[in-house]
Design a protein around this ligand. Sequence first.
Ligand code: KG4
Ligand code: ZN
Length: 332
Amino acid sequence: MKILGIETSCDETSASIVENGTKIISNAVFSSQKMHAKTGGIIPENAARQQIKSIIPVLEQSIKNTYFDAIAVTVGPGLIGSLLVGVETARTLSFVYKKPIIPVNHLVAHVFANFIEKTELPKFPYICLVVSGGHTDLILMKNLKSIKYLGGTRDDAAGEAFDKTARLLGLPYPGGPSISLKAKEYSDSNLTLFPRPMIHDKNFEFSFSGLKTSVFRKVKDLKMTNSLQSKFAAEVQEAIVDVLISKTLSALDKYKPKSLLLAGGVSANQRLRYKLTKEIQGKKVKVDLFFPEPKYCTDNAAVIASCAFFNKKYIPWEKIKVNPELTIMDKV
Ligand code: KG4
Ligand code: ZN
């Protein structure tokens, strides 16, 4: 079965055809990140306008002459103006081609990046750490229908912490990739400058807004130089990565899943992958670790089509609605 996925929740416009949830037939992604880099972050109105410009080109690129059976589209969470472009496009295609629509929760879809072009699929139960620009969620999946929420961020998301601290350091948007690149220039391995918020709390909650404040205090009277940028970048990255890993390892100890899946933009982070892999190798408990291919970590429509294949819930075009406030636990 071939599903056409459409993703327009934030600053990527993407269309993709995926066969049986795992095989990529096409995946076109246009990003408006360069435009947002100029304003130091996303202005929702600009993001929505860019979605309108890019939606037909990505559809043209990914559909070509390929037949598809259904249309999957992100209905939330995200920016309302951006989401509407995808949903109204899906509605029109559904009406014209007489194909059913499958609404998709963007956050759940991130998990399915671990299913794409993989020779082996994760085995239940999974623990998934979904870390993106707007969300940080730790969930336990016993099967595709049963999701237990273990914890999440009380304030800023992990990706947001990267984006905001990057700005304080004078590094470009998006902050995750720019901090990670800059951190590579710093060779000192003693990285303890910043606090690891809530790391010792016996729960699966996160808090990253204090980190932003600490960085602000440290840099406000400094004249930023290239070497200070790389030092702070390494320190910030280490603080975020340490908290993410510590909470994830506690969840593994408590729930003993068969697989651990990382997902969302921040899961592309190489330091996170490296340190987590080392920690898991050093553990007695066996767990299969899954990282998506980096291009499927950040927003793309392939994960939307994959998620829809494994969670088929068809609705007629009249019924589809956007919901900018969806959480990972919300059914769509
Ligand atoms: O999942 P995503 O593409 O969009 C949302 O759904 O939010 O995630 C975007 C976030 C941004 O905050 C970006 O800074 C972060 O993912 N990110 C990274 C890396 N690549 C993207 N953070 C850390 N390291 C990276 N390599
Ligand atoms: Zn996302």
